[in-house]
Design a protein around this ligand. Structure first.
Ligand code: AVJ
Length: 319
């Protein structure tokens, strides 16, 4: 019979403490910056799902295309009984994978958004009544403790979310993943690829302004959680391509000089007119780079699959 459990690897106040620390540190830093994980409250997760439907935002469709065409290859190469998905969100694309893995009996979605996890689990259990689903509210970057489930295990980190980590964080993160893999286990990694700058910029600055609303939502999160008084209308959404780092940055640019009060931190944050707060880095990759980063973490890349337009890649690697 279908089973469902939801647990937190950390008490709820640990999330609150992490937000306080990230905001206190990031907004007093010069230049100002915030980690992108704080976009994803219920509203932010909804806005992200809307982004994935935009004509300009190709990564989700490109990755789904690869998953649909390659799911049988992934199933054959891994024989997975447990699928662990880091940053699972709505688990929408994962359903193609779950459908294609004949021996799968355990699914462990890991995400910071409890609302996204609950929604995803409900849909999946309806579609796969014999699948045991254990959802984990956790920060995949730091919490590595997973419930003990049968191998072989397939660890999936999809959507290109690894691009949200800075190079040093990526190295530490991949080594941490490697340490969790036993012989026979595998890592399925989604990476967005370097491409024409105009295509990249449009994906992060869409005509309807959904990405702008998603970017500004982090201010609403800080207002609510830390009793702050940011006015999202005081900021412009900015997306830019850094050709040296090969990453997209999203920023919020203050339209005028302003001061925002963050009561819970007893802080007043000053912005000059035009000053920018970096809210996200989204790195884009080349095949040699992915192979090298995996190798540095002790993982051997065995498969590399791209969509027909060569926009996005899925790689499979083994310890
Ligand atoms: C979910 C992290 C993969 O970087 O493309 C979408 C988030 N940011 N539009 C990405 C995002 C702006 C997305 N990831």
């Amino acid at each position: 019979m279908s089973q469902f459990a939801l647990s937190r690897t950390l008490p709820p106040d640990a999330t609150a403490a992490a937000l306080r620390e990230d905001v206190a540190r990031g907004l007093t830093n010069s230049p100002k910056r915030l980690p992108p994980k704080w976009f994803y409250d219920a509203r932010g997760s909804e806005l992200f799902d809307e982004i994935t439907l935009l004509p300009e935002y190709y990564p989700t469709r490109a990755e789904r295309e690869i998953l649909l065409s390659r799911a049988p290859d992934i199933a054959r190469a891994t024989g997975a009984r447990t699928l662990v998905e880091l940053g699972s969100g709505s688990s929408d694309k994962t359903r193609h994978l779950i459908r294609a893995l004949p021996g799968l009996d355990h699914y462990l979605p890991v995400d910071v958004s409890e609302s996204a996890l609950r929604g995803a689990a409900a849909t999946l259990r309806a579609e796969h009544p014999t699948l045991s689903v254990h959802a984990l509210v956790a920060d995949f970057q730091h919490d590595h403790a997973l419930p003990d489930t049968p191998g072989p295990r397939l660890l999936a980190f999809l959507g290109g979310t690894i691009g949200n980590l800075l190079p040093a964080e990526r190295a530490a993160f991949l080594s941490g993943l490697r340490a969790q893999l036993a012989p026979g286990d595998a890592l399925l990694l989604g990476t967005d690829l370097v491409k024409d700058e105009r295509v990249l910029l449009a994906a992060y600055d869409d005509a309807r302004g959904v990405t702008a609303a998603f970017n500004k939502n982090v201010l609403a999160v800080i207002n609510r959680e830390l009793a702050a008084d940011f006015d999202p209308d005081d900021f412009d959404h900015v997306a830019l391509w850094d050709p040296y780092q090969e990453w997209i940055e999203m920023r919020l640019r203050a339209r005028e000089t302003l001061v925002a009060k963050i009561q819970a931190l007893d802080l007043a944050i000053h912005f000059e007119a035009g000053e920018e707060l970096r809210t996200e880095v989204s790195a884009k990759f080349r095949p040699e780079g992915v192979r090298a980063e995996l190798a540095a973490a002790g993982l051997e890349m065995t498969h590399w699959w791209t969509d027909a337009g060569d926009r996005f890649a899925l790689s499979l690697s083994v310890p």
